[in-house]
Design a protein around this ligand. Structure first.
Ligand SMILES: [Zn+2]
Ligand SMILES: [Zn+2]
Ligand SMILES: [Zn+2]
Ligand SMILES: [Zn+2]
Length: 305
């Protein structure tokens, strides 16, 4: 594995610098677009960063970064190879290249002039920048929460090339995951928990195609804990603990203690009277909003984290 070549204390340093970067630029959602990130680094100007697209780089060079005390960093991209926004797997190589250059900057490799480094030292810096880029674009958390049965789609989801994703799995010693069938999950929100007869995803409301698996697998916490009859353990509105003998309403405030489909309350209604799980925003049977969502006991689903 390539990252076996990097000493352990340097891997820890990479993680530390990565955390600093993520905090500094409030990176909360993946995939990360590193061209966009470089632009934000330029805007922040600490350290000074300039971006340049040029035809003067050698053919086999995608990008390089130079540093001087006077000018700060200049990140040069090879104009012949630069395609942005990224469309194909080959274009997405540029995202990894940009992450690699961000790695050189974050790890402060360039503060020491190249002429003072041995060949081995320069090579090690390249490995470190690659490892930094891989961990930035494909953090463990993301790697372990994806399905790989549609490998090209998973790479596209992470905004990296197929080769970069394959290399990352190999470096983690988990190339076996590339061959696994993955688990059933919702294409849109990654939810993996479905009742036996569910026809709609209870998190995002998308229709379920039971033959398909999505890219991400995301666990959405049970907002309102329920017993096995899907009765809330405590009233979702006033918090009163509910015991088993109670009716379908809270005895204090009158709130329904089941997460009913809102169809149940439609005028002329009770078209669908399904009681949904404690994290359901949408009815698993008909896709209408649930009462817990309508009453704001649960927040609307707003994208995968
Ligand atoms: Zn490099
Ligand atoms: Zn969903
Ligand atoms: Zn109540
Ligand atoms: Zn319903």
């Amino acid at each position: 594995m390539a990252n076996d070549l990097i000493p352990k204390h340097r891997l820890e340093y990479i993680d530390l610098k990565l955390k600093e970067l993520i905090r500094r630029y409030n990176i909360e959602k993946w995939p990360v677009d590193c061209i966009d990130l470089l632009v934000r680094m330029k805007e922040k100007g600490d350290p000074p960063v300039r971006l340049l697209a040029t035809r003067s780089l050698k053919d086999d060079t995608d990008a390089c970064t130079i540093y001087s005390k006077e000018q700060g960093y200049i990140v040069k991209f090879n104009k012949n190879k630069f395609r942005y926004p990224f469309v194909t797997s080959a274009d997405r190589r540029t995202n990894f290249t940009a992450a690699h250059e961000i790695g050189h900057i974050s790890l402060e490799h360039l503060l020491i002039p190249a002429r003072l480094k041995s060949g081995m030292e320069s090579k090690m810096e390249e490995l470190e920048a690659n490892e930094f880029a891989a961990r930035l674009l494909m953090p463990d958390r993301l790697i372990f929460s994806c399905n790989y049965h549609a490998f090209a789609q998973t790479a596209a989801y992470m905004n990296v090339s197929k080769a970069a994703l394959r290399r990352r799995l190999a470096n983690m010693g988990r190339i076996d995951m590339a061959r696994s069938q993955g688990k059933r999950s919702c294409f849109k929100c990654g939810n993996t928990s479905f009742s036996a007869f569910a026809r709609f995803c209870c998190i995002c409301g998308d229709p379920i195609d039971s033959s398909k698996r999505g890219i991400r697998r995301v666990v959405y916490p049970v907002g309102i804990p329920q017993d096995r009859y899907k009765r809330a353990l405590a009233c979702p509105k006033c918090g009163t603990a509910l015991d088993r003998n109670e009716t379908e309403r809270c005895s204090i405030c009158g709130t329904y203690v089941f997460n009913y489909c809102t169809g149940y309350f439609e005028p002329g209604g009770s078209e669908c009277s399904y009681a949904n799980p404690g994290n359901a925003r949408y009815c698993e049977m008909c896709g209408r909003p649930t009462c817990y969502l309508a009453e704001k006991y649960l927040a609307e689903w707003d994208g995968m984290k």
